[in-house]
Design a protein around this ligand. Structure first.
Ligand code: CMP
Length: 139
C-alpha cells in the first residue's frame, strides 16, 4: 500500500548553485506538502550508509565524495502517489535524458551531480526518511 510519502535531498551542486528556492517552488507547485525539512551536511559515514546499496558500483567513491562535499536540504514530501509522481517531476537520473521542464533538466549538470534525489519505492522512502528525521520532526 502506498504511504503517500517520499524522501528527497536537494544535493550539494544545486545548493551551491543557488537553486534551493526554485526547486522548493517547483515541488510545492506540483502539489507536494513538505512534512519534514532540514538544512544539513552528510558525514562520510552518513553517505556510505545512506548509499550502502550502491557500495559495489564503480561510481560509489565519486558519489560519496560529492554528497559530502557541501550542504544539502533533506525533506519528506506528502502527496497521493508521492514516489511515482515525484520521480516524474525530477526526471531521469541522467539530466541528458530528463524530459523538458523536469527539475533535473532545469538544474542538474551531470549524472553524478544531478541536483535532487527521489526515493525509488515506498519502502525506501520510509527507510530514507527515518535516516534523516525522527518521528517528532515530521509534521
Ligand atoms: P540518486 O538516484 O539520487 O542516487 C544514486 C545516485 O548515484 C544517483 O542519484 C546518481 O547521482 C548517482 N549515479 C548513478 N549512476 C551514476 C554514474 N554512472 N556515475 C556517477 N554517479 C551515478
Amino acid at each position: 500500500m502506498s504511504t503517500n510519502r517520499t524522501f528527497t535531498m536537494i544535493k550539494p551542486d544545486a545548493v551551491k548553485n543557488g537553486h534551493i528556492g526554485a526547486i522548493l517552488e517547483k515541488i510545492t507547485a506540483a502539489g507536494f506538502k513538505i512534512v519534514a525539512m532540514k538544512y544539513t551536511q552528510l558525514s562520510l559515514r552518513d553517505a556510505q550508509e545512506f548509499y550502502g546499496v550502491h557500495s559495489e558500483r564503480p561510481f560509489f567513491g565519486e558519489l560519496v565524495e560529492f554528497m559530502t562535499s557541501g550542504t544539502i536540504v533533506a525533506a519528506i514530501l506528502e502527496k497521493e502517489n508521492a514516489v511515482e509522481d515525484f520521480r516524474a517531476l525530477i526526471g531521469a537520473t541522467n539530466p541528458a535524458d530528463a524530459a523538458e521542464g523536469t527539475i533535473r533538466k532545469m538544474f542538474a549538470t551531470s549524472i553524478g551531480e544531478n541536483a535532487v534525489h527521489g526515493s525509488d519505492s515506498d519502502e525506501n522512502a520510509a527507510i530514507e526518511g527515518s535516516f534523516h528525521f525522527s518521528g517528532r520532526e515530521i509534521y
